[in-house]
Write a new protein. Structure first.
Length: 195
């Protein structure tokens, strides 16, 4: 059983890396199998279809990312202000997407291309992630450190879309993940327009 679990994990890891690099249309089962160190037909011993494999990668990506963000924010303790908590979530999310987590980056990269029925299941699983961000935003609005006139749903949707997009355009170069995370947090928290 342990060997089967290891093979399954290798397949998921290979699929996440392939989806992150090539997107849904470009992800071929033969390439995933090669990266996992097996033959393509062997994948069907673990997953009934490419869709089943992709959906599991999506679910794992949501779980990994949510756990990463929550752990970084909650370690701040009760003394942290709502805006500090939001800023930490922004930095943690960018850091996680850009420093090698293939699962979360795969979610950000291929979500829009998923079949409608799979997208609905992924959105349902995504609700905990969304709710956590909503709570961070609402708390900052309630304590006066964020603009209470902005609709928290609109803020959350734009914020997450902006942060998630980083995995599709980021290339190592002039700025590293930490600098990009810093700039994203500054832009969101301080605003772009000079006051």
């Amino acid at each position: 059983m342990a060997e089967r679990d290891q093979s399954r994990t290798r397949i998921l890891d290979a699929a996440a890396a392939t989806l992150r690099a090539r997107g849904l249309a470009g992800a071929r089962l033969s390439e995933i199998a090669k990266i996992a160190g097996m033959l393509a037909p062997s994948l069907y011993h673990h997953f009934g279809s490419k869709d089943e494999l992709v959906e599991e990668v999506m679910m794992e990506g949501i779980y990994h990312n949510t756990r990463h963000i929550v752990s970084h924010v909650e370690v701040l303790g009760s003394g942290a202000s709502p805006i500090q908590r939001l800023e930490t979530a922004i930095r943690s999310h960018i850091d996680f997407l850009l420093t090698g987590d293939d699962y979360s980056s795969a979610v950000a990269r291929v979500f829009d291309d998923l079949p409608d029925d799979m997208k609905k299941r992924v959105v349902a699983a995504y609700s905990g992630f969304d709710n956590y961000w909503r709570d961070l935003i609402v708390a900052a609005q309630k304590d006066g450190s964020a603009d209470a006139d902005l609709d928290p749903t609109v803020v959350r949707k734009f914020l997450i879309a902006m942060l998630n997009s980083s995995s599709s355009w980021y290339r190592p170069g002039k700025l590293g993940p930490a600098q990009i995370a810093e700039q994203a947090a500054r832009m969101v928290i301080s605003g772009f327009a000079a006051r």
